[in-house]
Design a protein around this ligand. Structure first.
Ligand code: GDP
Ligand code: IMO
Ligand code: MG
Length: 427
């Protein structure tokens, strides 16, 4: 593996946390390279459920170094509560946790602006997680951001806060009719945060370069998914970062050629939280059934996820734009009991059949999925551990997906727990 990236090949919540947890077994370092506490990664083992928003999923395995690299936007209170929860549950957090001094900090105005804009948008809301992600990344690229390293110089921090507060309070008060934020209080609070954060703060670029030079196994854990990527996703209904494989070099400082392998994670169907196009979104009955069977409610916000059939056009797009070498298919167990399983193999448009993903959201809204129907299976597959344990129709479904997406399916997840996996890698 030396350096491997695990990323979501759909609209997030594909089960990246559970796949990273599996692969972390043989990794030395596990690294988040983008996103922030908008992510919610679930890991279940030994009857315990963990929901991680910022800390890499590798933290649950002793002896792994977990890094939040500079592509991550850091919500410090969320990080502290995650550290406390993990400690309370018996996990050691110390030298094994690293926060990049170059990471941007999600400041109180980012969350307030995110939530205020969503409220003001009413029915046209984007459906963000309200964690301040978009405003924080916007400030990063408009040179207003505050980085972790800035927290350790009281005077410089004050200057950065004052510059921001003048502008943000104008927006909050004059445009949105909200209460202003207090620069003194924020300055004092973040100086205190800095003291508590200090033990974890390192130059993560140098740390990763050294790790790679020493031949360590580095696992990069994507947040969100390719279809939420700010460039490749269904813009504007995306997140603020590059959740695609390209986010690894830019978000960590490793050279692009240092990434050896890209593993995509996709559900055996599709889900999406928030607004935006979704060609295979099921009719009400299918949507409801998948949501119930798959417990499709957001890990971060608890919102019901929209559900639909597997879209092979979008999967191929994710494979090609990320150089995905292998795909892990999760939640096969959820499809048990459907008479037929539909897979979208192409799009019908007024201009004819296409395999190209339209650039605009209205364009993707207009396509009509062309479906291939496969026979379903009724057996409970949650106990399957080899291909032969799977019913014939489930095997046929997996083989069809593999042929459609064009890369090997290396693992099939049949339940949320660590051991519920059909590992096809040795075949
Ligand atoms: P992530 O954000 O990509 O890490 O995914 P989430 O944790 O937000 O959502 C995935 C959900 O599916 C979690 O509740 C997992 O426990 C659950 N899950 C993962 N793999 C499987 C599976 O194979 N079968 C079932 N039934 N649930 C799964
Ligand atoms: P994980 O890592 C699913 C979605 C939001 C919204 C859009 C923008 O758990 O897969 P943001 O708060 O990022 O500005 O919201 O992106 N979104 C996710 N959907 N899984 C996630 O993360 C998501 N992170 C953001 O619902 O549509
Ligand atoms: Mg999630």
């Amino acid at each position: 593996m030396p350096t491997t990236c695990v990323l979501g090949a759909q609209w997030g919540d594909e089960g990246k946390g559970r796949v990273v947890d599996l692969l972390a077994d043989t990794a030395d370092l596990v690294v988040r390279y983008q996103g922030g506490s908008n992510a919610g990664h679930t890991v279940i083992f030994a009857g315990e459920t963990y929901r991680l928003h910022l800390i890499p999923s590798g933290i649950l395995r002793p002896g792994k170094t977990c890094v939040m690299a500079h592509g991550v936007v850091l919500d410090i209170p969320t990080l502290f509560s995650e550290i406390e929860e993990l400690r309370a549950r018996g996990h050691e957090i110390g030298d094994n946790l690293v926060v990049s001094d170059r990471a941007h900090v999600v400041m109180p105005w980012h969350k307030r602006l995110d939530q205020t804009r969503e409220q003001a948008a009413g029915a046209r809301a984007h459906g963000t997680t309200g964690r301040g992600i978009g405003p924080c990344y916007a400030d990063k690229v408009s040179y207003r951001g505050i980085r972790v390293g800035d927290l350790f110089d009281a005077e410089w921090l004050r200057e950065r806060i004052d510059q921001n507060i003048a502008e943000k309070n104008h927006l909050l008060v004059e445009v949105y009719g909200q209460e202003p934020l207090d620069a003194d209080a924020i300055h004092a609070e973040y100086l205190e945060f800095a003291t508590r954060l200090k033990p974890y703060v390192r130059d993560a670029v140098a740390l990763l370069h050294d790790a790679i030079d020493e031949g360590k196994q580095v696992l990069f854990e994507g947040g969100q998914g390719v279809l939420l990527d700010v460039d490749l996703g269904s813009y504007p209904y995306v997140t603020g970062s590059n959740s695609c494989a390209l986010g690894v070099p830019s978000g960590t400082g490793i050279p692009p050629r240092a990434l050896d392998r890209v593993i995509g994670v996709a559900k055996a169907y599709m889900t999406r939280v928030g607004t935006g196009p979704f060609p295979t979104e099921g009719d009400a009955a299918v949507d409801e059934r998948l949501r119930e069977a798959g417990h499709e409610f957001g890990t971060t916000t608890g919102r019901p996820r929209r559900c639909g059939w597997f879209d092979a056009v979008l999967a191929r797009y994710s494979v090609r734009s990320n150089g995905i070498d292998e795909m892990v298919i999760v939640k096969l167990d959820v499809l048990s009991g459907f008479d037929e399983l539909l897979v979208c193999v192409g799009y019908d448009t007024p201009e004819g059949r296409t395999d190209i993903v339209p650039a605009t959201s209205p364009g993707l809204d207009r396509v009509k999925p062309i479906y291939e129907s496969l026979p379903g299976f009724t057996e409970d597959v949650t106990g399957a551990r080899t291909r032969d344990d799977l019913p014939e129709n489930a095997q046929r479904f997996i083989a069809f997906l593999e042929q459609q997406i064009g890369v090997p399916i290396s693992m099939v997840s049949v339940g949320p727990s660590r051991e519920q996996i059909v590992d096809l890698r040795g075949e």
